[in-house]
Design a protein around this ligand. Structure first.
Ligand code: NI
Length: 183
């Protein structure tokens, strides 16, 4: 089932999301629905708050980017109760966009590598380093479950520049080619 994507201005995007319990009802179905939603919207990641659920879970699909970023070739999986346990000191700027902020893309500076801890869909524990664009996608999605969006992390000058675009999203003046939940 394709779910509406909650746009900037929806309060759920600003909440710190709750841990996912092992007995969370219909978790696999929710993940399947999120993958269907992500594919239609043509994105590479989607966090549960973006479909209105304030839980600590997101999905990624970097396979669409594999031509430009080979590390993404197998990067398609859900992350449940993820944490960033270590970051590289080295940082890098990349242009980011977000399905909840249609029409905006801005450079965001983030650590190059992150060591992450998470559970898979069978609640098996994992601990690994992510690099390149995988690290980037993870960090962007992780922000969502903390109640942050990428424009919180851009320079003050660029934030001033996107102010009108953000307020247009809040006012419902922005169009997106996918099903949205907006004001
Ligand atoms: Ni996003």
């Amino acid at each position: 089932m394709i779910l509406p994507i909650y746009l900037y201005g929806q309060p759920v995007l600003r909440k710190q999301a709750e841990e996912v319990p092992q007995d969370y009802p219909e978790l696999k179905q929710l993940i399947a629905d999120m993958y269907e939603t992500l594919a239609v919207a043509d994105g590479c990641g989607l966090a549960a708050p973006q479909i209105g659920k304030s839980i600590r879970m997101f999905i990624v699909d970097g396979t669409v980017l594999a031509e430009d970023y080979p590390e993404c070739a197998n990067f398609k999986q859900p992350f449940i109760n993820p944490e960033i346990v270590e970051e590289s000191e080295e940082v890098i700027a990349y242009s980011e966009g977000c399905l909840s902020l249609p029409g905006i893309s801005e450079n965001v500076v983030r650590p190059v590598k992150v060591r992450v801890h998470y559970y898979d869909v069978d609640f098996q524990e994992h601990d690994e380093w992510l690099d390149g664009f995988n690290s980037r996608i993870f960090q962007h999605e992780f922000d969502h479950i903390e109640g942050n969006v990428f424009t919180d992390k851009i320079s003050p000058i660029r934030r001033q520049f996107v102010k009108n675009k953000l307020s247009n999203i809040v006012k419902g003046k922005t169009t997106a080619k996918y099903k949205c939940k907006r004001n």
